[in-house]
Design a binder for this molecule. Structure first.
Ligand code: SAM
Length: 278
């Protein structure tokens, strides 16, 4: 429970940056372009959608514009308030807003949504409870309906965490990632609880682990993607950001390559879309 309070506080404090990071930073622009492109392929006009860990509502707005009715849920009051404002500014209306923890979705009836979405980190923030969260989400999807989830990528982020002291050194590696767990190669890993760099333990996954886990809940995989497959470590992008043509070229390349199986584990995010078996 302590952890949930920490996450709520973090995103309350993060405030509006959660909206702006998709506009101000090239990594954010790429992340948004990939997720939006992927998500919209799995939204149908008339769908009833539950957007979990919705943040300030950017994807909810995209899904509403695609003709879906969207219910939003988030642990942060501040983020939900931003979402309310942004959705009103866009001239749209959500079905409902819920302050909730993805570990307890019991307020919703079983099989009540055509699409359940959880992208942008919530699944990684619940660390070892990721399986409970996925089980709860799976319960809410109608047979034949879809689940779109993203979690932080184990191998995409390793180079970033390996340089967790920001000086590109490995001297602090063992404080963030257990080498024993890494050697076990189990397809996922929870980061170390007392890392001074990673502010809370995170669930990191491979594409295959997340996909197979969701299939084990009675789903078939429709598609997977990675974000950002070419530039998980955004530190290198400052020069590109100053050239609009280079910037757009990179965004287009990232989107077009994001579903390549060869790059499935190379981005910061693993994204899976799956359909619930009847
Ligand atoms: C990085 S933001 C992503 C927002 C949006 N989905 C996106 O991708 O841009 C993560 C959001 O998940 C929310 N969150 C984190 N842990 C959560 C939990 N256990 N239950 C519900 N929401 C959670 C945070 O408050 C935050 O708004």
């Amino acid at each position: 429970m302590q952890r949930s309070t920490d996450v709520r506080q973090h995103f309350d404090d993060y405030g509006h940056d959660e909206w702006e990071r998709f506009e101000n930073r090239l990594t954010g622009k790429i992340e948004y372009a990939i997720h939006r492109n992927f998500l919209l392929q799995h939204v149908r006009a008339g769908d009833s959608v539950l957007d979990l860990g919705c943040g300030p509502g950017r994807y909810a707005i995209d899904m509403m514009r695609a003709g879906a009715s969207v219910t939003l849920g988030d642990i942060s009051t501040v983020q939900l308030d931003f979402a309310r404002r942004k959705i009103a500014e866009a001239g749209l209306e959500a079905t409902a807003y819920h302050e909730l923890d993805i570990l307890d979705l019991s307020r919703f009836a079983a099989e009540s949504f055509d699409l359940v979405v959880c992208i942008g980190g919530s699944l990684s923030y619940v660390h070892e409870n990721y399986a409970t969260a996925l089980e709860q989400m799976a319960r809410l999807v109608k047979p034949g309906g879809r689940l779109v989830v993203a979690a932080m990528s184990l191998y995409g982020l390793l180079p970033v965490f390996a340089a967790g002291d920001k000086a590109n050194q490995l001297s602090t590696f063992d404080q963030h990632i257990s080498r024993k767990k890494l050697a076990e190669n189990s397809g996922y890993l929870i980061t170390e609880p007392d890392s001074p760099v990673i502010y809370m333990p995170l669930f990191l996954t491979t594409n295959r682990y997340l996909r197979e886990h969701i299939e084990g809940l009675g789903f078939k995989t429709l598609a997977t993607a990675s974000a950002n497959p070419l530039t998980a470590d955004g530190q290198k992008l400052e020069r590109i950001s100053t050239d609009p043509i280079a910037e757009q070229t990179l965004i287009d390349l990232e989107v077009s390559l994001s579903t390549r199986p060869e790059l499935a584990d190379s981005g910061e995010w693993v994204i899976v879309a799956a359909e619930k078996l009847a």
